[in-house]
Unconditional design. Structure first.
Ligand code: 8YV
Length: 327
């Protein structure tokens, strides 16, 4: 009698042809439609699984781990992994992996696009035109802020932050950054960015872009106090995680003219968007799509599949997944 194959759970419909690679080794349990799970449903889905391939929507913490005695590996599709309780997974001996690098350039492209749309009021202008308000050409219609010649502040100077900085130098922007640790001088020179303290970054930026990981320490880092330090002409762009920004304080600043505009791809309570932000004209809102080019989303799933196969002890990298997350 042949041994039953280990079971892996794939939480969302991804790309069937990429996921099919898992079927060479495992019994794959997946879903045909986009699914929203309760914590209990995630526990139930993991109860007989040896591995899981999940997205940012699926939270795996102590409760799910306790319900999953056979679970040995969780492959996250995404570079951010605040949906996973890494210390708890590590204590249980479960390998967790993510998908860095493959999404860096696509996400940096999008961050830059969102910055341009926000500073130059592109979506606001389009909505205004479609709503039939454009009756006569006027010199002062939808005046925005320049990128060229301005100062870009980047909070979080990992791979994606550095990708943004490289793009900014093509636009003749001066780049300031703040990060947990300062980059080596050679990297600073290459990306043409200068390290400053957090408060100096807030005060100096004409445009502030958030590209840092979400953690307890970064929760509401951009709060009322931080927003007050920014220039009233500044724009704020968030492609990191919604919880980094206090959305009510942001809505206050935008409504009160203490900040020119915001571009947000991420939100505290996705997919719910704070109604106060929805009501403001000077906010560009996108549904967490920064890594969403077809090629990159395929590459992310493919890398997550490689990670899961290797973490469960199969394939050419058996036992050594390319992207383990260290606790
Ligand atoms: C993903 C992201 O789309 O990589 C990340 O951290 O936020 C996005 O690129 C998301 O994580 C999918 O699970």
């Amino acid at each position: 009698m042949t041994e039953p194959r280990p079971r892996v759970w794939v939480s969302q419909p991804l790309f069937d042809d990429v996921i099919a690679r898992l079927e060479e080794h495992f019994e794959v349990v997946s879903t045909s439609g986009v699914a929203e799970y309760t914590p209990e449903q995630i526990s139930a889905a993991l109860s007989k699984a040896s591995g899981a391939l999940v997205t940012l929507n699926e939270r795996i913490g102590a409760e799910q781990i306790a319900a999953a005695p056979q679970l040995r590996a969780v492959a996250n599709v995404g570079v951010g992994y605040n949906n996973l309780d890494i210390p708890a997974l590590s204590r249980a001996g479960i390998i967790a992996t993510n998908t860095p690098d493959v999404l860096t350039e696509t996400t940096a492209d999008f961050g830059f696009a969102l910055l341009m749309a926000t500073a130059r009021r592109i979506t606001e202008a389009e909505r205004w035109l479609r709503e039939g308000h454009w009756r006569q050409w006027s010199f002062r219609t939808m005046l925005g802020a320049d990128l060229h010649g301005s100062t870009l502040g980047i909070l979080g100077m990992g791979r994606i932050g550095q990708g943004i900085a490289r793009r900014a130098s093509g636009f003749d922007m001066r780049v300031l950054y703040h990060n947990r640790s300062r980059l080596p001088e050679a990297v600073e020179r290459e990306v043409r960015a200068s390290y400053v303290g957090f408060d100096a970054l807030l005060a100096g930026a004409d445009h502030l872009l958030l590209a840092l990981p979400y953690a307890k320490e970064s929760h509401h880092l951009i709060d009322a106090r931080a927003l007050l330090q920014m220039k009233p002409i500044a724009t704020l762009v968030n492609i990191a995680r919604g919880g980094i920004v206090d959305e009510d304080a942001l809505a206050d600043a935008l409504a009160g003219g203490r900040l020119a505009a915001a571009g947000l791809d991420v939100f505290e309570d996705e997919p719910t968007v704070n109604p106060r932000l929805l009501a403001l004209r000077n906010v560009v809102l996108t549904p967490h799509i920064a890594s969403g080019s077809l090629a990159t989303r395929r590459a992310m799933v493919s890398l997550a599949v490689d990670n899961l196969i290797a973490a469960l002890g199969y394939g050419p990298n058996a036992g050594a997944p390319p992207n383990p997350i260290r606790a």
